[in-house]
Design a protein around this ligand. Structure first.
Ligand code: IMP
Length: 405
C-alpha cells in the first residue's frame, strides 16, 4: 500500500473521517499534522457513531499507530476527555497507539476564552485555535514538551497575561482565574504526559521500515491560512504543504486523495459563490444532516463548484477523488454544477439530470444508476482525476472502491 494523504478539497466536513477510517485498516501509521479540536471527524463503525476531534481516525482500527504532529494545536483537557470517551467505548488508546509531538502547541483555557470573545466575525469554532497559533507565531506559545519538563505552569501564566491583555472585559464572561485553571489542568497534564514523544523520529522510523503511512488532513483547502478565502479561514496550513512542516518529515505520497462532497457546504462566515439560501439549500441540509460535528451549527449548503475545486487540485496535486454523500443527491433533479464564472464573477452553471433510484445498494461504481454514474464521470472529467472511493451512506460498508484507472 503506497503512502497516502487525505485532504478536504472544499470548506471542510467533506467526510474525511470515513475515508481515513477505510484506508487506515491497511496502514501502520496515521498522522494528523495541523489544526486541533476545531475538527470533528465522524466515523460510523457497526452502527456506533464516533466523533473524533483531535485523535486521528486510525485509532478505530486496531492495526495503526496514530500521531498528532508538531503542526497541531492540542487542548489537553479535550484530548484527555476524548481518550476517556474512546476507552469507554472499548477502543485501545495506550501510548503505544498514540504519540503526541512535544513540539505541538498547547491550547489553554485562556486561548479558548479569547477565541470565544473575539472569533465572532470569522465565525470560529471557539476552540482557541486562532489565539494559540498567534502565540506560536509570535513566539510566546507553550509547547507540549513543557508538560514533561515541568515548565508548563510558568509558561501558561505568561500566556494568561497575554490573553487577558487581549480579551475584551465582560461581566458575563470573566477571564479564567489562573490558580484554579492550573489545578483543573493538573490531572490532565498527568494523563497526557506519557503520550508525548518525538514524533518526527516515530514517522521517520516507520518510513525506513517501509511501513504504510497515511496523513489525515483536518478542515479543508478553502480554509487554508494562505490558500483559503482569507480572512474567513482557519489558522493552519490545511493543504499538502502543511503535511511536511506539520510533521517534520518528507514523505512521498503516491496517493493524494481529494475528499470531495457531491455538493458544497460551509460553516462559519465568508464567501460561498454557489450557496443556496433557499428551500433547495435547506433540503440539502436535512438530507445530509449538515450540522457541525464540533459546534452543532447548521452548515450552509450549495451546489458543487468546479472552479474552486480546480484551485484546490492545483494546491495539493491531487491524483484521486474520494466522492462522498452522493446518496444525498438522490431525487434532486436537475443537479446544478458551477463550471465557470461570468464576467462579474458569479457562477455559471450546467444542469445535469438527477436520478430517483436509491444508490445505497450498489456494490460497484458501475452498478450505479446511469444518471448517477454520469454525474460521477462528469466530476472525474472536470477535475481530471479518477474517483477511486465513493461513499453511498455513513456506514463503513456503504463505500465503493474503484481501482486506480
Ligand atoms: P477556527 O478554525 O475555529 O479558528 O475557525 C475558523 C473557520 O474555520 C470558521 O469558519 C470555522 O467554522 C471553520 N472551521 C474550523 N474547523 C472546521 C471543520 O472541521 N469543518 C468545517 N469548518 C471548520
Amino acid at each position: 500500500m503506497p503512502n497516502a494523504i487525505v485532504l478536504g478539497s472544499q470548506w471542510g466536513d467533506e467526510g474525511k473521517g470515513k475515508v481515513v477510517d477505510r484506508l487506515a485498516s491497511e496502514m501502520d501509521l496515521v498522522v494528523r499534522f495541523q489544526g486541533g479540536a476545531n475538527a470533528g471527524h465522524t466515523v460510523v463503525v457497526d452502527g456506533t457513531k464516533f466523533v473524533l476531534h483531535l485523535v486521528p481516525s486510525g485509532i478505530l482500527n486496531s492495526r495503526s499507530v496514530n500521531v498528532i504532529g508538531n503542526g497541531c494545536v492540542v487542548d489537553i483537557l479535550q484530548l484527555s476527555d476524548e481518550l476517556s470517551y474512546l476507552m469507554n467505548a472499548g477502543i485501545s488508546v495506550s501510548p503505544e497507539r498514540l504519540r503526541v509531538s512535544g513540539s505541538a502547541h498547547m491550547v489553554t483555557p485562556f486561548h479558548r476564552h479569547l477565541d470565544s470573545l473575539t472569533g465572532g466575525h470569522v465565525g470560529t469554532t471557539g476552540r482557541g485555535i486562532g489565539p494559540t497559533y498567534v502565540d506560536k507565531v509570535r513566539r510566546t506559545g507553550v509547547r507540549l514538551e513543557a508538560l514533561v519538563d515541568g515548565s508548563w505552569k510558568d509558561k501558561i501564566a505568561a500566556v494568561a497575561g497575554l490573553c487577558a491583555g487581549a480579551a475584551p472585559r465582560t461581566e458575563a464572561r470573566p477571564f479564567p482565574e489562573l490558580d484554579r485553571t492550573i489545578s483543573e489542568m493538573e490531572p490532565h497534564v498527568r494523563a497526557i504526559a506519557p503520550y508525548i514523544a518525538d514524533t518526527q523520529t516515530v514517522i521517520h522510523a516507520c518510513l525506513k521500515d517501509c511501513g504504510n503511512i497515511l496523513y489525515e488532513g483536518a478542515q479543508g483547502t478553502l480554509l487554508d491560512i494562505d490558500h483559503g478565502t482569507y480572512p474567513f479561514v482557519t489558522s493552519s496550513s490545511t493543504t499538502i504543504g502543511g503535511a511536511f512542516t506539520g510533521s517534520g518529515v518528507f514523505v512521498e505520497f503516491q496517493q493524494r486523495i481529494a475528499v470531495v462532497k457531491a455538493y458544497t457546504t460551509r460553516v462559519g462566515n465568508g464567501p460561498f459563490p454557489t450557496e443556496l439560501d433557499n428551500e433547495t439549500g435547506r433540503d440539502l441540509q436535512r438530507r445530509g444532516h449538515e450540522f457541525g460535528a464540533t459546534t452543532g451549527r447548521p452548515r450552509r449548503c450549495g451546489w458543487l463548484d468546479i472552479p474552486l475545486l480546480r484551485r484546490s487540485f492545483i494546491a495539493n496535486g491531487f491524483n484521486q477523488i474520494a466522492l462522498t454523500k452522493l446518496d444525498c443527491l438522490t431525487g434532486i433533479d436537475p443537479i446544478r454544477v458551477a463550471v465557470g464564472r461570468g464576467p462579474d464573477g458569479t457562477p455559471e452553471y450546467l444542469d445535469l439530470p438527477g436520478w430517483q433510484e436509491e444508490i445505497a445498494g450498489a456494490s460497484t461504481i458501475e452498478d450505479l444508476p446511469a444518471r448517477c454514474l454520469a454525474y460521477v464521470r462528469f466530476i472525474e472529467q472536470q477535475l481530471d482525476a479518477p474517483v477511486t472511493l465513493l461513499s453511498t451512506g455513513p456506514e463503513r460498508h456503504q463505500t465503493l472502491i474503484q481501482e486506480r484507472i
